[in-house]
Design a protein around this ligand. Structure first.
Ligand SMILES: C[S@@+](CC[C@H](N)C(=O)[O-])C[C@H]1O[C@@H](n2cnc3c(N)ncnc32)[C@H](O)[C@@H]1O
Length: 243
């Protein structure tokens, strides 16, 4: 079995999948409140930008991968209307369950599918839009997952990857202090789990930067790829078009 990264550690691939599952099993019930606290609510703005760039229309079909607690799936469902479809997916049942309950509380019932982004159970050329928010970083074979996302998109369809990225150099010192000192403490206090938030900080450092991810998306089959930095590169939204 090949080895890979889990944060700063080198582990074998099965161990990474097991540990990533452990992280999201552990944080699922506190995930939303932690997101608001960690980002001071900014994740809502980043997701709102993603929904704007998605530009979905009535009748469109969208797939949200690693959809977790359902923020994007909920917003997309309002855009595609009754004639469209949004499929809410994640590899982790605990995260999906929290998301499904939130959606039902909001009066929205969507197809909810437990699946691995690296082996999507959907036909070729099926969706107008595929999204993955803060999920790609956790995947073992990112190239395989991106190729799958490309496969299920219709020609002309759009992939949106919202993910932590490389911050602008003037922000780096403060961002490191916040990530490695404050985040784990916050995780311990609110979710009773410092390790998962230490993993978050480490996994961000191991994730490809803006240009590297752009190149990976092109290699996976996207004819046109662009990215937009947000919050000085703390986060980037990559947009890939299947030509
Ligand atoms: C940080 S959460 C993001 C949730 C949601 N998209 C959001 O933005 O709030 C990352 C999600 O990626 C999921 N994930 C990790 N590896 C995955 C894989 N191989 N396939 C699908 N989902 C995966 C996790 O289970 C988790 O729910």
């Amino acid at each position: 079995m090949s080895s890979t990264h889990f944060g700063f550690e080198t582990v074998d691939e099965a161990e990474k999948a097991r540990r990533v599952r452990g992280v999201f099993d552990s944080v699922a019930s506190k995930y939303d409140v932690m997101n608001d606290l960690m980002s001071a609510g900014l994740h809502r703005v980043w997701k709102a930008c993603t929904v704007t760039v998605a530009n979905l229309k009535e009748g469109d079909r969208a797939l949200d991968i690693a959809g977790g607690t359902g923020d994007l799936a909920l917003a997309f469902s309002k855009k595609v209307g009754k004639t469209g479809q949004v499929v809410h997916t994640d590899i982790n049942e605990a995260m999906l369950r929290v998301g499904r309950d939130r959606l039902i509380d909001a009066g929205v019932v969507l197809p909810t599918v437990v699946c691995d982004a690296e082996k999507l159970p959907f036909p070729d050329r099926h969706f107008d839009l595929v999204s993955v928010a803060f999920g790609l970083r956790n995947m073992t074979h990112k190239d395989q997952a991106l190729a799958e996302m490309c496969r299920v998109l219709k020609p002309g369809g759009k992939l949106l990857v919202l993910e932590f990225s490389k911050v602008a150099p003037p922000l780096a010192k403060a961002y490191d202090w916040y990530s490695f000192k404050i985040l784990p403490q916050l995780g311990k206090l609110v979710a009773g789990d410092a390790d998962s938030y230490r993993y978050l900080a480490e996994s961000i450092r191991m994730h490809p930067g803006q240009e590297e991810l752009k190149a990976m998306m092109k290699k996976a089959g996207f004819g046109h790829v662009d990215f937009h930095n947000m919050a000085g590169g703390v986060v980037a939204l990559h947009v890939g078009i299947k030509c």
